[in-house]
Design a protein around this ligand. Structure first.
Ligand SMILES: NC(=O)c1ccc[n+]([C@@H]2O[C@H](COP(=O)([O-])OP(=O)(O)OC[C@H]3O[C@@H](n4cnc5c(N)ncnc54)[C@H](O)[C@@H]3O)[C@@H](O)[C@H]2O)c1
Length: 439
């Protein structure tokens, strides 16, 4: 078979971004022509470790990086809350963009990002990977075939606690003002929300969120060194979808890692079977009421799904989010090469990120219903175009230029109080952040 054309890639942010250097072979065929990271020693170390030669250029400044005419597409793996401004610059420089895994940090940025995609006509893919595990791709196939009818209720859980002084092979923070420590509990929602949207094709309309914050929080944090300025660490969110269905999304910082999905439709249900392991055992269960059972098919079945294609290649990268990263890169490369539709476009990406942002506005109001903007709708855009409320400060602990502050806890503390706590907690956790680090 003829080998697929190579896609010339520039990677921005080489922590998580370094994984994507792997995908240089068929059927993805990325060619890594440039890397950009302000941490130059780490970037050069990564370049060497992956055997990249001098044809891969390195940059510490994004504006210089983006001038490289060789780059056809940019993978954004920079700080979670800062993707939109860099995506817009890259699109305007004529590059295709994949953004991992927030599209926007504020509702106003969503308007600017959608306009940039519409004006430039470049491929924009929202880089969410959790729907592309074996179970996720199988749920999509089953749903498209009508196995459970129309979705009524779904659950997505991505609960990924990080506790102080626990060993890690990955640098999780580079200072007291890093986004991982400052993000409100609803924001990191796309790993829970994305698969539900991918499988069902439904769009969010509104959210009611409750942030979980124990009254005597310090009693539970003192010994384990939790990052106390992310005190209200988990949320339970109810999202109303455009067909009236309700999705429940849970995450991300309660002790007890969990990642699972469950769907109930008008004709049956399907779920990931819970069990040991970071992602669970990988088995799925599909079941129906007796009157919805099909002749010759068991009313209830459990099985381990397989990949829909590229079995050997996808399996090779199973360690990277259960193969999800392989498929994420594959779908992006195919969209550029052949114009295939992306699994999540800019409107899906903005909607998903907006669930986290609007969820936080809801949590601050005790769970009131907050509308999630539909960025396809000009009237909705008009309502949020000036909303630049941002819960993360800049690296010096100042509110970023052009943004306003939204507090990141439901506790009654001042910004100054939170900054002090952030510094203290960073010192406490420093060893955890920087020791045992792979890159
Ligand atoms: N999809 C997933 O499963 C998954 C897993 C982990 C992280 N992520 C996402 O990947 C992104 C990156 O996360 P991370 O874990 O690598 O940690 P991180 O956010 O600390 O790393 C970002 C990297 O970008 C660099 N950077 C940031 N701003 C820069 C700038 N202006 N100029 C030059 N370099 C800059 C930093 O030096 C750092 O190396 C985040 O959005 C995160 O949500 C996704």
């Amino acid at each position: 078979m003829e080998e697929k054309r190579k896609i010339k890639i520039g990677i921005f942010g080489i922590g998580r971004g370094s994984i994507f250097i792997n995908f240089r072979n068929d059927p993805i065929n990325f060619e890594i022509v440039a890397l950009c990271d302000k941490d130059e020693p780490r970037m050069l170390q990564i370049k060497q470790r992956y055997g990249l030669d001098d044809s891969t250029k390195t940059y510490t400044d994004f504006d210089e990086f983006i001038k490289n005419p060789e780059i056809e597409a940019v993978l954004l793996h920079n700080y979670f809350h800062e993707h939109a401004p860099f995506a817009i610059k890259a699109l305007k420089a004529g590059k295709h963009v994949m953004s991992d895994c927030a599209a926007i940090g504020t509702l106003g940025e969503g308007v600017q990002l959608c306009e940039a995609v519409e004006q430039t006509g470049k491929v924009y893919m929202f880089g969410e990977n959790h729907g592309f595990q074996k179970a996720g791709l199988e749920f999509k196939r089953l749903y498209d075939e009508g196995e459970i009818g129309e979705i009524m209720y779904a659950e997505g859980e991505y609960n990924h606690p990080t506790t102080g002084k626990a060993p890690t092979s990955y640098r999780l923070s580079d200072g007291p003002f890093h986004w991982r420590a400052w993000l409100p509990s609803t924001y990191y929602c796309t790993h829970a929300m994305g698969p539900l949207m991918y499988v069902t094709g439904r769009k969010p309309v509104s959210v009611n969120a409750r942030s979980i914050c124990l009254e005597d929080f310090n009693a539970h944090t003192r010994d384990v060194g939790l990052i106390s300025f992310r005190d209200c660490r988990c949320s339970a969110n109810l999202i109303t979808m455009d067909n009236g269905a309700v999705f429940r999304v849970f995450g991300t910082g309660c002790p007890g890692h969990s990642n699972s999905y469950r769907y109930h439709g008008t004709h049956g249900a399907m779920e990931m079977v819970h069990g040991p392991g970071y992602f669970g055992p990988g088995e799925i269960r599909v079941w129906h009421e007796p009157h919805h059972c099909k002749p010759g098919v068991p009313c209830e079945r459990k099985y381990y799904p397989e990949w829909p294609a590229y079995n050997a290649q996808a399996q090779r990268w199973i360690a990277h989010h259960q193969g999800g990263d392989f498929w994420m890169a594959y779908f992006f490369a195919e969209a550029i090469r052949s114009g295939a539709p992306v699994p999540y476009d800019v409107y899906d990406g903005c909607a998903m990120s907006a669930v986290g942002i609007c969820g936080w506005k809801s949590a601050l109001q005790g769970g009131n219903e907050v509308h999630v903007p539909d960025y396809r709708d000009k009237a909705d855009r008009e309502k949020v175009k000036d909303d630049f409320e941002m819960p993360v400060l800049d690296e010096n602990g100042k509110i970023k230029d052009g943004y306003t502050w939204i507090k990141n806890t439901i506790r009654d503390v001042t910004l100054e109080g939170q900054i002090e706590e952030a510094k203290r907690c960073y010192e406490f956790n420093k060893g955890y952040y920087v020791s045992n680090v792979r890159n």
